[in-house]
Design a binder for this molecule. Structure first.
Ligand SMILES: Nc1ncnc2c1ncn2[C@@H]1O[C@H](COP(=O)(O)OP(=O)(O)OP(=O)(O)O)[C@@H](O)[C@H]1O
Ligand SMILES: [Mg+2]
Length: 284
């Protein structure tokens, strides 16, 4: 089979069986996974939504926090973007400030922290909060025992909020369209993290919206094929991903078995592996 058919590049694709709703016996500490790229429109929300869905399907209690005021992730899960009390309440530092705002989704084990337009002001608010870099970690600590995995669907900016995200995250998943400008943002991110003293933070790029008919896409991917930071799974440019906005569901729900669905499944398998989740599929 061609690599293109497997939705992977570089080394041979890793096989990943379908999840079976089983929690493993590995590291139980919540994994904070930020999906981030300074560049807009690269597939951050699509990845957050599909991976969060697959995480929950594989048996992990999962929270997706829509940090983008555009509210796309909130929209995909058919949840009204309403946060009672808005950022004021969030920033008051109650014992469990998130709890009142978290909503269930249509899927078992998958909750969502909706976007709210007041988050537009969050950066300003964070500037007022002492030690704002710790804010996200502190807030998430209040729900850490309720979840195995938290996805942070970030807005495309470098800001006080994103710095707070970087300090809280166990790993940054960085979707990249294989073009010069898109690839530059990865260098900019690494430079920024170094300035923040976060050189050690796991930065895990993957290719997104890949069109293998384009020589430039193939060439950029070939250039980094030996760089082990990159996930082997790539997300193809696929109409099924675009259809998420119409279906308002993760791709595997309405287009299971397609290359796009398999690609997200492969990617989730790699994320599980890197997080060291043991026996992610409950194999016998
Ligand atoms: N693999 C893909 N194939 C085809 N279309 C895609 C793919 N991934 C995302 N899209 C489409 O591209 C647009 C941007 O995707 P998405 O919202 O996931 O990006 P984003 O990085 O979160 O954007 P923003 O920076 O605005 O938050 C959407 O219309 C989405 O449907
Ligand atoms: Mg987005």
């Amino acid at each position: 089979m061609l690599e293109a058919d497997l939705g992977t590049f570089g080394a041979e694709a890793q096989s990943h069986r379908a999840p079976q709703g089983h929690r493993d016996q590995g590291d139980k500490r919540v994994k904070i996974t930020a999906v981030y790229n300074l560049k807009g429109g690269v597939g951050k929300t699509a990845a957050s939504v599909n991976l969060a869905y697959l995480s929950a399907l594989s048996g992990r209690r999962t929270l997706i926090w829509d940090l983008d005021p555009q509210g796309a992730a909130t929209f995909y899960f058919r949840i009204k973007p309403k946060v009672t009390g808005g950022r004021k309440k969030l920033l008051k530092g109650k014992r469990n400030p998130l709890e009142a705002h978290i909503r269930g989704t249509d899927f078992d084990r998958l909750d969502l922290m909706p976007a709210d337009f007041s988050y537009r002001k969050m950066d300003v608010a964070l500037d007022d909060v002492k030690k704002s870099r710790r804010w996200m970690s502190d807030v998430l600590a209040s729900v850490a025992s309720d979840y195995d995995v938290v996805f942070l669907d970030c807005a495309p900016s470098i800001s006080t909020t994103s710095d707070s995200v970087f300090h809280a995250a166990d790993a940054l998943l960085v979707p990249l369209i294989p073009t010069t400008l898109s690839m530059r943002t990865l260098d900019q991110l690494r430079e920024h993290l170094a300035k923040e003293g976060l050189d050690e933070l796991a930065v895990w790029p993957f290719f997104s919206m890949v069109d293998r008919r384009k020589k430039m896409h193939r060439d950029f991917m070939a250039d980094v094929s030996s760089d082990e930071a990159y996930f082997k799974s790539v997300i193809p440019n696929a109409s099924q991903v675009e259809r998420m906005g119409i279906e308002r569901n993760p791709v595997p729900v309405f287009a299971g078995g397609t290359l796009a669905a398999k690609s997200y499944l492969n990617l989730w398998g790699e994320v599980e592996e890197r997080f060291g989740f043991l026996d992610p599929l409950g194999g016998s």
